[in-house]
Ligand binder design. Structure first.
Ligand code: SAM
Ligand code: SF4
Length: 316
């Protein structure tokens, strides 16, 4: 089974936010005071999330990424992972995490069937990292990466959001991480969403500057939304993800579900379909209708995205 939206795009990928809570407060993602904690009853249970994945898989979704907020703070995360793999072991299951809590959990997640990890790391410099995350220590994340490698995760992706004047002095440090380490560093352009919607334009930068640092590198592939390079004799790769300077809409294959059970056909719009309380065929029909409501494209106006949600609520 496969499903296409109204513009002929095959939709295969679900990003499911398992919580909007987070142990960090990244300056571009979450307000300093955090988010108002919704009541437990307002959030999807592990069973409801499992049913959403089951219904989406029936329609043709074969790739699921758990995100947040910080997915590793969600109670029952490993049960959810096991449930998803029990629906179909062929579902490709990934998690996007800030990595701070990963070291003690890496083996458990591997055992629960998680196939891929994307780990966010915006700075390796303790002072800058602390400033960006409002209190974090990059060593926790580096320990998490090591533990994940030891647990048998390969193809680990490091996601680094480009923040002009904040972490742009560390680009070579990130590139150097790929010398002896078979990891994939991906530089991501900051999008005007959530907190960053109100940021001045001089905080945003494109990946053009990095391309000029990669003149000896080989372009390995164009991998979905990323252009992937490898420098000579480097074990890892460098990916450039440019939602601002290039449009990905023609190849968009995703839907998103928020932790309170709203299907978002497009990251950038405020359109939402409530999935809570639905089951079986009704749930499938609601997901299908969300897929068919995907817009052809989005455009960031001068005011940024139209969604009023913060990124920790949508999941990136
Ligand atoms: N807490 C987890 C983490 O940080 O990896 C998962 C959720 S977080 C919202 C997912 C990704 O979205 C992170 O890599 C984060 O850097 C990215 N992100 C958040 N706000 C963004 C923005 N305005 N533009 C681009 N990426 C953003
Ligand atoms: Fe938390 Fe991830 Fe947002 Fe940072 S980017 S505040 S780690 S949800």
């Amino acid at each position: 089974m496969s499903i296409q939206d109204s513009f002929g795009r095959t939709i295969q990928y679900l990003r499911l936010s398992v919580t909007d809570l987070c142990n960090y407060r990244c300056i571009y993602c979450m307000p300093q005071e955090g988010v108002c904690k919704k009541s437990h009853a307002d959030m999807l249970s592990i069973e409801e999330m499992t049913e959403i994945v089951r219904a989406a898989h029936t329609l043709g979704i074969n790739k699921v990424r758990l995100t947040g907020g910080e997915p590793l703070v969600r109670k029952g995360l490993t049960t959810l992972c096991r449930n998803i793999k029990a629906i179909d072991s062929a579902i490709e299951l990934g998690i996007t995490t800030n990595g701070a809590l990963l070291a003690p959990m890496a083996m458990e997640l591997k055992d629960a069937g998680v196939d891929r990890l994307n780990i966010s790391l915006d700075s390796i410099d303790p002072k800058t990292f602390k400033e960006i995350t409002r209190g974090g220590d990059p060593q926790d994340v580096l320990d998490g990466i090591k533990a994940a490698q030891n647990a048998g995760f390969d193809n680990i992706k490091i996601n680094t959001v480009l923040l002009k004047g904040i972490n742009d002095g560390e680009l070579y440090d990130f590139i150097r991480l790929t010398k002896d380490n078979a990891i994939h560093v991906r530089f991501i352009e900051l999008m005007p969403l959530g907190v960053a919607k109100d940021w001045e334009s001089d905080r945003f930068m494109t990946t053009a500057m990095i391309e000029s640092m990669l003149q000896n590198a080989e372009l390995l592939r164009i991998d979905g939304v990323a252009r992937v390079y490898r420098l000579p004799d480097h074990k890892g790769t460098i990916g450039l993800i440019c939602p601002m300077s290039h449009s990905f809409c023609p190849s968009c294959n995703k839907i998103r579900v928020t932790a309170d059970g709203k299907l978002k056909p497009c990251l950038h719009s405020d359109q939402e379909i409530d999935l809570r309380g639905l089951q079986g065929k009704e749930l499938e029909e609601a997901i299908k209708s969300g897929i068919l409501q995907k817009p052809e494209s989005h455009r960031f106006g001068t005011a940024g995205a139209t969604t009023a949600r913060y990124m920790n609520e949508i999941g990136g």
